[in-house]
Design a protein around this ligand. Sequence first.
Ligand SMILES: Cc1cc2nc3c(=O)[nH]c(=O)nc-3n(C[C@H](O)[C@H](O)[C@H](O)COP(=O)(O)O)c2cc1C
Ligand SMILES: [Fe+2]
Ligand SMILES: [Fe+2]
Length: 396
Amino acid sequence: MTKLPRVASDTFWVGVNDHETDLFEALWPLPYGVSYNAYLVVGEKIALIDAVKGHFLPEHLRKIREVLPPGRSVDYLIINHMEPDHTGALEVLRSVFPGMTIIGNNKTLGMLEAFYGSSSSCRQVQDGDLLDLGTHKLQFHLTPMVHWPETMMTYDGATGVLFSGDAFGGFGAVDEGLFDDEVNLEKMHKEMLRYFTNIVARYGQMVLKAIDKLRQVPFTVVAPTHGTVWRRDPSMPVRLYGRWSAQECDPAVVVAYGSMYGNTYRLAEAVTRGLTEHGFRPLVHDVARTHASEVIADIWPRKGLILACPTYNTGLFPPMEALLAFLENKLLKHRLVGFVTSYAWAGGARKTLEDFAHRLSLEVVEPVVDVKGAGTPQDLAQCRLLASNLAERLSQ
Ligand SMILES: Cc1cc2nc3c(=O)[nH]c(=O)nc-3n(C[C@H](O)[C@H](O)[C@H](O)COP(=O)(O)O)c2cc1C
Ligand SMILES: [Fe+2]
Ligand SMILES: [Fe+2]
């Protein structure tokens, strides 16, 4: 009897945990690793649902073989998402299971050709199509641009499992436990929010469309391609992704500052103190020292954002510039922002931040505090006023 986690009857997790990659997409840190979840549905026909990143193939294959009944082979590989973290092992899988038919939609098959050079032994499916494995009948739901154009979900009506691809996924390896009733939910939510904001956030509108479509699907288990499988509360990942996609925010504040010599820091500190005195508990980040991955994840569910930044070669201090480029790329909306800037001669940070707010249609809370040099008691009073105005707007 296999020790591999059983997601439902005849349905096994054959994924892998990756503790070797330190940056996902060569960008986002993985302090707790990441999993590439793949699932084997062992019916009268056998389907592998998604695969793993290329160099984890030996472990993946060992797990598949552990649950394959003697003398049987994998009949289908269903590709919910073509990104190489799920298809890197494809060519070797094909040679190991030569009779295997690859299932994807028209976008998937075009991409397979472009990445792996061959689209033979492929079957194209349309939205709503069924694949009959015998007892298990898999239905395909196209959910484009979550977060690539070919993304789709696969639903098994016999078990109620929704194989959701990257949607509802999270960072963090699953070796402590695969299921939502086995893991530390607080840590897992944080890693899920970081995954959502780092990878998927730009496509929030498409996630909302996918969620809307899922209203017709009576799933009881959500099995994504990364992170926790949800069987105790399958509605939870949908609610979380829905809220983050709609950019619904809590009345809370992040203070993100950069400072080379401490002057801007003192101004940011005055705003932070002011907010604390108004009952808020701001999360304060030094953008030069905390990775943007975490700062973005903290900003996302919060309505208030203070950006404090010195002028640097007529523009923004570079780590702040990098953070704002990410936020703009992720189409940040609906935030109340406050600006504290500093300079020594002609300035420039203030204008750059105001342009940023204008492009993203963010409401700027007054006053914008633009300080020459170390700042005066009046400047610090302006910082307090900014804190009090933001606190008031957040309390409305
Ligand atoms: C590398 C560098 C570039 C700067 N470029 C400008 C600039 O273009 N315009 C300006 O008015 N001040 C410029 N400044 C001055 C800083 O904005 C100013 O000293 C500010 O008080 C620094 O804040 P901090 O103490 O928080 O680092 C520059 C400072 C440094 C170190
Ligand atoms: Fe992906
Ligand atoms: Fe992925």
